[in-house]
Design a protein around this ligand. Structure first.
Ligand code: XMP
Length: 510
C-alpha cells in the first residue's frame, strides 16, 4: 500500500489547506468529495474528514459512508468531521450559545497522550463553528478542552479514531502541524518520504513508461507551471518533447528573446514562433476585453496547431495544469453536486488535433511546483516570476490595441518591474504591471503644453489571485519610477498608482 492520505471533503473553505499541511510533512495526500466514486479507501493509510458549511443536525448535511473506514483505518475528524463522528455514533451535537470563532487555548485532560506529544499545554488553536458537541458517546474519551469548548478533542476507545473541534490546518493553530504529524506519523505510521526529489524520480519513471517513444508537444508560456512541466518531460523523453513558445506580440519588453534563450540554455527542445504581426492584425479595432481574449485564444490555437502539425506523428499534448485546477470540490450549496473545474493552459484543445493529454503537475500545489522546479535545477529567478496573464498586455491596454501602444506599455512596464527588482521589492509583490489608459491628460514639459497618455501602476499582494490587496510601496520608490517613466517614455505625461483591493476591484483592469 502506498503511504498516502485520503481527505474527504465536506465543502469546507479550509480543505485545500489541510492537504497543503499534510504535504508540508512530506506525506502525499489526495482530496475527494465525500460522495465521490473516484477513490478506493483501501489505497490509503489514513483518512481525514474536513470541516463543512453544513450543520450535522441539518437534513442536507453530508452523510459519508464510513463503514470501510472507521475502526479499520486511522481516522481524524476535523470540526464538522469530529461533530459527525459524535453525532452519528451516539453523542449529541447542538447549536452553541455563542458562535465560537477565533483563538482558544487547549488544556489537556491527562498528560502523555500520543496525539498531543510535543504540543504545549495552553497551545493556541483556531475555532470556527456554530455547533458544539454537548455530549460524547460512551466509548469516546475526552482528551482536551478549551475554556469555551469542553469537548475540543476526543479519541474513540480501542480505535485509532480522533476528533478535534478546532482547525489544525490554519496558521493560527500554533501547534496544528505537530498535531497532524502526531496523527499521521506516530498513530497512522505514515512515512515522510514524499519530497520534491522523490516526486521527480517517480514522475520521470512514470512518464517514461507511459510515453515510450511517442512524441509530445507542449506550449511554453514563460511561466512557472509550463516550464516545470517541460523540464520534467524533457528529463523523461528528451528531444521527443517538442516545446513551442509563441510570441503573441503582447509579452513584456524583450521577454520573447530572453525567455527563449533561457529555455535553450536549459537544454529544452524549443521552437520560438514569432506571430506578433498575426495577433496584432487580428486584434485590429477590437476594444472589448472579452472579444480581445477570444481573438487571442483563437489565434493562439491556430498558430500552435500549425506548428504541431509540422511535427510528424505527434501523439500527446502536455499541459502545465496544477492541482487547484482539477480538484473536485463539494459545492457550497449542496453536498452531492460535485463540480470539476477544468483548465487548459493552451486555451483549449481543438478537436481536430485529437491528441492525448499528459499533465505531469496535475497533483501539485503551486508552491510544490516551485519546489519541484528548484529540485530540477531551474533558475530561481524563473521560478519566482510574477504571474502574467495569457492575453498579456492586451488586457492592460484599455480599449483597442496598436503596435505603438504595445511599445509604450512595454517601456513603462519594464521601468516599473526593473525598479521593483532594483529596490528589492519584486519578491514582496505577488503581481505587478502597468496599465495604459485610454485617456490623454494635459501636462507641461519645458515651456510646452503636452496632451499625452496616462498610465496606472498596479502592484498587489495575494496568495492565489482570488483576493488581493494593493501593496504599500514606498513613496520614494513611486516618485523615482514616476519621474523615470515620464522622462523616458515618449507619449506618457502622467502616472497614477492603483489603490484598489480585490474584491471589489479585480487585479487586471479588463
Ligand atoms: P483578476 O483580474 O481576475 O485576475 O483579478 C486574477 C489573476 O488572473 C490573471 N488573469 C488571467 N490569466 N488569462 C490568464 O491566463 C486571462 O484572461 C486572465 N485574466 C486575468 C491575472 O493576471 C491575475 O493573476
Amino acid at each position: 500500500m502506498q503511504h498516502k492520505v485520503l481527505i474527504l471533503d465536506f465543502g469546507s473553505q479550509y480543505t485545500q489547506l489541510i492537504a497543503r499541511r499534510v504535504r508540508e510533512l512530506n506525506i502525499y495526500c489526495e482530496i475527494f468529495p465525500f460522495n465521490s466514486k473516484n477513490f478506493n479507501v483501501e489505497n490509503y493509510k489514513a483518512v481525514i474528514l474536513s470541516g463543512s458549511p453544513f450543520s450535522v443536525r441539518s437534513k442536507e448535511a453530508p452523510q459519508p459512508d464510513l463503514s470501510k473506514i472507521k475502526g479499520k483505518i486511522p481516522l481524524l475528524g476535523v470540526c464538522f468531521g469530529a461533530q459527525f463522528l459524535a453525532h452519528n455514533y451516539g453523542g449529541r451535537v447542538a447549536a452553541s450559545n455563542t458562535r465560537e470563532y477565533g483563538r482558544a487555548n487547549l488544556s489537556f485532560v491527562k498528560s502523555g497522550e500520543l496525539f498531543f506529544e510535543g504540543v504545549s499545554e495552553a497551545s493556541q488553536v483556531w475555532m470556527s463553528h456554530s455547533d458544539t458537541i454537548v455530549q460524547l458517546p460512551d466509548n469516546f474519551e475526552l482528551i482536551a478542552s478549551t475554556h469555551d469548548v469542553k469537548n475540543a478533542a476526543f479519541k474513540i476507545k480501542d480505535e485509532t479514531t480522533f476528533g478535534i473541534q478546532f482547525h489544525p490546518e490554519v496558521y493560527h493553530s500554533t501547534d496544528g502541524l505537530k498535531i497532524l504529524e502526531n496523527f499521521l506519523v506516530k498513530i497512522a505510521n505514515l512515512e515522510q518520504t514524499w519530497t520534491p526529489d522523490s516526486f521527480v524520480d517517480a514522475t520521470v519513471k512514470k512518464l517514461k513508461s507511459k510515453l515510450g517513444n511517442d512524441k509530445v508537444v507542449l506550449g511554453l508560456s514563460g511561466g512557472v507551471d509550463s516550464t516545470v512541466a517541460a523540464t520534467l518531460l524533457s528529463k523523461a523523453i528528451g528531444d521527443n518533447l517538442y516545446c513551442i513558445f509563441v510570441n503573441n506580440g503582447l509579452l513584456r519588453k524583450n521577454e520573447f528573446k530572453n525567455v527563449l534563450d533561457q529555455y535553450k540554455g536549459m537544454g529544452l527542445n524549443v521552437k520560438g514562433v514569432n506571430a506578433s504581426a498575426r495577433f496584432l492584425k487580428e486584434l485590429e479595432g477590437a476594444a472589448d476585453p472579452e472579444q480581445k481574449r477570444k481573438i487571442i485564444g483563437r489565434v493562439f490555437i491556430e498558430v500552435f496547431d500549425d506548428e504541431a502539425h509540422l511535427i510528424s506523428d505527434v501523439k500527446w499534448l502536455a499541459q502545465g495544469t496544477i492541482y487547484p485546477d482539477v480538484i473536485e470540490s463539494v459545492s457550497a450549496t449542496g453536498g452531492p453536486s460535485a463540480t470539476i473545474k477544468s483548465h487548459h493552459n493552451v486555451g483549449g484543445l481543438p478537436d481536430f488535433m485529437k491528441l492525448k493529454i499528459v499533465e505531469p503537475l496535475k497533483m501539485l500545489f503551486k508552491d510544490e511546483v516551485r519546489r519541484v522546479g528548484a529540485s530540477l535545477g531551474i533558475d530561481a529567478e524563473l521560478l519566482g516570476r510574477h504571474p502574467f496573464p495569457g492575453p498579456g498586455l492586451a488586457i492592460r491596454i484599455l480599449g483597442d490595441i496598436t503596435a505603438e501602444k504595445v511599445s509604450i506599455l512595454q517601456e513603462v512596464d519594464a521601468i516599473f518591474i526593473n525598479g521593483l527588482k532594483e529596490w528589492d521589492l519584486y519578491k514582496k509583490v505577488w503581481q505587478a504591471g502597468a496599465i495604459l489608459l485610454p485617456v490623454n491628460s494635459v501636462g507641461v514639459m519645458g515651456d510646452e503644453r503636452t496632451y499625452e497618455k496616462v498610465v496606472a501602476l498596479r502592484a498587489v499582494e495575494s496568495t492565489d489571485g482570488m483576493t488581493a490587496d494593493w501593496v504599500n510601496l514606498p513613496y520614494a520608490f513611486l516618485q523615482k519610477i514616476s519621474n523615470k517613466i515620464i522622462n523616458d517614455v515618449k507619449g506618457v505625461n502622467r502616472v497614477v498608482y492603483d489603490i484598489s483591493s480585490k474584491p471589489p476591484a479585480t487585479i487586471e483592469w479588463e
